[in-house]
Design a protein around this ligand. Structure first.
Ligand code: KIV
Ligand code: ZN
Length: 390
């Protein structure tokens, strides 16, 4: 069976925690509208207890896009936070309360300075309280990947019995590696399905070792049904799992994962550019899927292969993510085939063999000097060559 993976976008909560990425109300609403167009399943709109501005933004987002996409916001396991979430999201069609509380020894001892039992009880009480407000409650076991497994499981069991409908397993500090994280999710999934098979198992990965997308995919392979990610991988420190990378990983390798999402992938580039523009944070040029060079080919061997058949060096088509068709960058490494293609695309004929060789030599001289040769350079080269010959 081809499983649907639920996509939860946290660009407006975890993503907005990035230094320098402060968004105003108008910008947040515009991003939320684009996330709806992209067809994410759940938008985490903010952390309403943190400030009046955040509260208002979550409320406006729930009002403006909450008719067709589920809206959530983050609460610590305390009544005031949960009330703030409820009040800000209650106008959405499918509101979801998201509660977070640490499960690792480091969090329990250093952050809360309480016994493990007392911390677990705090989580259970928070879920019980949230359930008096709404039917859908997600519980995040913060720092799960560095937690003692039996304590982590006892917490999950406790909050599920208290009514949590989604269990989110975060790799909060990006410490996990794919095999290990996949194994953790498989073990939790086996027990969870025996306890209550309607509870949704989710993952939330950070990118401190550059493994957030790989860990997320490994979790899916091992039973995760929901993924949390951000546009452009924005997020604390090295960021979160990048939505575009995980979604395209699932799409391109659908036969391997046997899973799909409902994301409209041809909106990915537009979403990435909007978020980059609004946050003022550039996307690195070689970033997978949405970087400027993601579909640019510059070596002669590759260009020659692509001109014969795109599949030779392309695993997805640029149009699938909303980009223009593949881009061949002419450089001194481009071969005759790519240069000829560029000349003919401009409507010039490439003349006889000797004439073309002369033109190609001029192109190589220019490419050595300029590094990259653009359409207007090719135009100038051909017209100048022909004029001088006439
Ligand atoms: O990284 C984390 O643990 C979080 C939780 C709130 C899910 O962002
Ligand atoms: Zn996070």
């Amino acid at each position: 069976m081809n499983r649907k993976i639920i996509v939860f976008d946290t660009t407006l909560r975890d993503g907005e925690q990035v230094p320098g990425a402060k968004l105003n109300l108008h910008q947040k609403i515009e991003i939320a509208q684009q996330l709806k167009r992209l067809n994410v399943d759940i938008i985490e709109a903010g952390f309403p207890a943190s400030s009046q501005g955040d509260f208002q933004a979550v409320q406006e987002i729930a009002r403006s896009v909450g008719d067709s996409v589920s809206i959530t916001a983050l609460a610590r396991a305390v009544k005031n936070d949960i009330d703030a979430v409820y009040e800000s999201i209650k106008l959405a069609q499918n509101p979801l309360i998201h509660i977070v509380l640490g499960t690792s020894n480091i969090h329990v001892e250093k952050k809360f300075n309480r016994s493990k039992e007392a911390v677990m009880q705090m989580g259970i009480d928070a879920v019980k309280y949230a359930k008096t407000l709404l039917p859908d409650v997600q519980y995040s076991t913060e720092d799960a990947s560095r937690s003692d497994f039996e304590y982590l499981w006892k917490t999950i069991e406790g909050v599920v019995k208290a009514g949590a409908t989604m269990i989110n397993v975060p790799d909060t500090v990006g410490y996990a590696v794919p095999e290990e994280f996949g194994d953790l999710i498989r073990r939790i999934n086996e027990r969870l399905k025996n306890l209550n098979d309607r509870v949704i198992l989710s993952v939330h990965c950070h990118n401190d070792l550059g493994l957030a997308a790989a860990n997320t995919l490994s979790a899916i392979k091992n039973g995760a049904e929901k993924i949390e990610c951000t546009i452009n991988g924005l997020g604390e420190r090295a960021g979160n799992a990048s939505l575009e990378e995980v979604v395209m990983g699932l799409k391109v390798r659908e036969n391997y994962y046997n899973c799909h999402t409902d994301i409209r992938t041809n909106e990915l580039l537009r979403t990435s550019r909007l978020v980059s523009h609004m946050t003022g944070l550039d996307v690195q040029v070689n970033k997978a899927i949405t970087g400027e060079n993601a579909f640019a080919h510059s070596s002669g061997i590759h260009q020659d292969g692509l001109l014969k058949d795109k599949q030779v060096y392309e695993i997805m088509s640029p149009e699938d993510v909303g980009a223009d068709s593949m881009e061949l960058i002419l450089t001194a490494r481009s071969g005759r085939h790519a240069f000829k293609n560029a000349v003919e695309k401009m409507g010039f004929d490439t003349g006889d063999g000797a004439d073309f060789e002369q033109l190609f030599e001029k192109f190589l001289t220019l490419a050595d000097a300029k590094k990259e040769v653009y359409d207007h350079d090719v135009f100038y080269l051909v017209t100048n060559h022909r004029t001088l010959d006439d």
